[in-house]
Design a protein. Structure first.
Length: 82
């Protein structure tokens, strides 16, 4: 029985070793973000910087939690662009 396992391991080893280990070894380059993805990332960074700059009292007035503030901020930034 051990001989059979050893034989199978020897036959399978070249097949396993010929496969790329990591996805980046396949030769595919990372995709560049689309224009809308870049714009969304910029809005996220802008709103995050604004949020961190606010005091506790300002945060309570503009939206008590990040999701509410972020929603309002994104809407405001999209309106400014248009």
């Amino acid at each position: 029985m051990p001989f059979r396992s050893l034989l199978l391991a020897c036959l399978a080893a070249p097949l396993l070793l010929s496969q790329p280990v990591f996805a980046h070894e396949k030769g595919t380059a990372a995709k560049e973000p689309t224009v809308s993805q870049s714009a969304a990332r910029t809005r996220q960074k802008t709103c995050g910087a604004e949020w961190r700059a606010l005091s506790v009292a300002d945060k309570a007035a503009k939206g008590p939690k990040w999701p509410q503030y972020f929603s309002k901020c994104v809407k405001r930034l999209k309106e400014q662009k248009a």
